[in-house]
Structure formats: C-alpha cells, structure tokens
Design a protein around this ligand. Structure first.
Ligand code: PEP
Ligand code: MN
Length: 337
C-alpha cells in the first residue's frame, strides 16, 4: 500500500502517523521524501489496513493498493531513480552511461592490469573480472579464486578503478569484504540464501537476470536483497534463453525500458553474454544505450584468442575504445532529443 502525504505536513505529524501505522497494523513503513511529496510504502499484512480510514487522516493526500509483489524495488515506493555511488565517487544511475569493462575471468597480474589500464583510458569507470567462475563444465577453468581477487585489487591500486566480481557462495562472503560491487551471476539469480546474505551487506549488488527468468522474477530477487536492508541493487539484462541458436542468448532489449518503468533501480546491459559473438557486442551496446540503459558491462581481453573463458565474445582493448566512443555519442544524442 502506498500513502502519499500532503505537502504541508510537518515532520512531527509524519512521525506520529508512522507510529500509529506500525502500532495498529503488522506492517513496516518505507519512507521516501521527495522535493514535492512524501510517499509511505507499507510492507506486510496490508490487507488488514482500512484504506478509507487512512485516506480520511488530515495529512494524507491519497492511498493506493500496490498489486505487484515487489515493494522496495517498485517505482511506486520510490518515484526518483536510485543512484548508486561509491565512496570513490563513481556512480551508476545518475543519468550518464556508466561503462564496466574487463575480462570474463582474471588470468594473471599482467592480463588484468593491462586490461584495466586500457579500459580506463577508454572511459570505463569500473573494472570487471571473474575470480570464481560458474562454468557449465566442471573440467573447464574455474577461476583463480582468492588469488584472482588479490589480482583485481592490484589492478584497482594501479588504476583506481573499483572492482566488480561474482560471488557464487555465501561461504565466500568474507573474501569479498574489500570488493566494491558484488555480482550475482545469472545462474544464481534465484539462490535465495545467497540473496538474503547479500541483503545484510552494505555493498552494491549487480544482479544478473537468470537464463530463463521473467522480469518480475528478477525484481523479486532484487526484493530479497532489499528486504534484508541493502537497497543498493543494480539490475542487469544479459540475455535469456529462447529457441534462437545463432546467438548464445537473446538480448531482451525491451526489458530495459520495462524495468526502468517498474523499478527505480539502475539497469545495466551485458551485450557480451547476450550475444556470445564479438562483432555483435557493439551493435547491441548501441541499442542498449539508445533505449536508456544506465550502463554497460562488457568483456574485454588483451588477447581474446587465448582467453581462458569467453574469448569468442571478448573485445580487444581497441574494439572497446571504438565502442565506448560510439555508445557515449548515442547516449548523448538520445538524451538531447
Ligand atoms: C560473467 O559475467 O562472466 C557471467 C558468468 O555472466 P552470466 O552470469 O550473465 O552468465
Ligand atoms: Mn563471461
């Protein structure tokens, strides 16, 4: 349930009103204060709340029932866009196109540091790189694990780029203490125990859409993290399984404006995993920039032919440089229309 308060209400009236709601009903109250209005989002047993009684209160402008099962992730609870900002100043969701780039997996100090320097020079503001890799085959390279995390930190020391890396298990949480943004991969989008544990951290979480999950399921997974108190979630469209076999997945480009409409959380697009094909990454990135994505996460390798993981979809640093120029131009042009 959403309660919009009148603009001339005092702080004290708001506090008293919230106290009344939580004493009378089995609900928690999510407060959003905008420049022109204050919105209270009620979560819990709202069926018991008498809408007419609430609407009759002095400070109440309007009352609406929210049908959607996601509440904290719902734009109705938080009309403004959420902007995720790191202590070092990098932002996602502030209206500019944020570039996150780096290899699929961290392979060596030389590799990660070289790629980090190159993508930074092209305008990336975050470095990606997998240390724990969710591979389809148990015989494929599984990542450098803890050593990979140390190499990412070394690349961060050298370039200043914050790091984005995937967690696969709650048992690794301690290792991720010094990671800037924790990624939940497509295969773990509904690992509810992992989502709940991440809800108790204070790290931004980049949550990828599952291979066969709906937009609403993605938002419910974001809700799991937010329900635990961590509201810094970044949604990622990375392609879904369809009957098409030409591409690795099918990029659901419509998910971007839909997610932006339904939710206030930032939305980034991963054209690398969506396509699986080097030459398709740029046109899909351009499309994502044109439909209003807040950012792109792109795989870049200094020597894609020798990559230990996802070489076929990895761009060279030069290709990433060309892509970065194009998507920035598209994003600026669309915004100016
Ligand atoms: C990745 O980012 O390298 C990855 C494994 O992505 P996804 O979970 O989207 O497949
Ligand atoms: Mn990959």
């Amino acid at each position: 349930m959403i309660i919009v308060l009148k603009s001339d209400r005092s702080e004290e009236q708001v506090h008293k009103f919230i106290d009344m709601l939580t004493e009378r009903y089995d609900v928690t109250v999510n407060t959003w204060v905008g420049t022109h209005s204050t919105v209270l989002g009620l979560i819990g047993d709202t069926a018991a709340v008498d809408g007419e009684y609430i609407a009759a209160q002095d400070i109440v402008e309007s009352v609406k029932r929210v049908q959607e099962p996601y509440k904290k992730a719902n734009r109705k609870f938080h009309p403004d866009n959420t902007v995720i900002e790191l202590p070092t100043g990098q932002k996602i969701g502030d209206g500019t196109l944020t570039l996150i780039a780096g290899p699929c997996s961290v392979e060596s100090e030389e590799q990660i540091c070289e790629v980090a320097a190159r993508v930074k020079a092209s305008g990336a503001s975050f470095l990606r790189g997998g240390a724990f890799k969710p591979r389809t085959s148990p015989y494929a390279f599984q990542g450098l694990k803890a050593e990979g995390l140390e190499l990412l930190k070394e690349a961060r020391r050298e370039t200043g780029l914050p790091i984005v890396t995937e967690i696969m298990s709650t048992s690794h949480l301690d290792l991720f203490e010094d990671v800037d943004v924790i990624q939940v991969g497509a295969r773990n989008m509904q690992n509810f125990e992992l989502l709940k544990a991440l809800g108790h951290t204070d790290k931004p979480i980049l949550l990828k859409r599952g291979l066969a999950n709906t937009i609403e399921e993605l938002l419910m997974s974001a809700e799991y993290i937010m329900a635990g108190g961590n509201e810094r979630v970044i949604l990622c469209e990375r392609g879904i399984r369809t009957y098409e076999t030409f591409t690795r997945n099918t990029l659901d480009i419509s998910a971007v404006p839909i997610l932006k409409k339904l939710s206030h959380l930032p939305v980034v697009v991963d054209p690398s995993h969506a396509s699986g094909i080097n030459w398709l990454v740029e046109p899909l990135a351009v499309a994502a920039a044109a439909v209003g994505a807040d950012g792109l996460i792109i795989e870049v390798h200094n020597d894609p032919t020798r990559a230990l993981c996802d070489g076929a979809q990895s761009l060279t640093p030069d290709q990433f440089d060309a892509l970065a120029k194009k998507v920035r131009a598209v994003s600026e042009t669309v915004k100016s229309l």
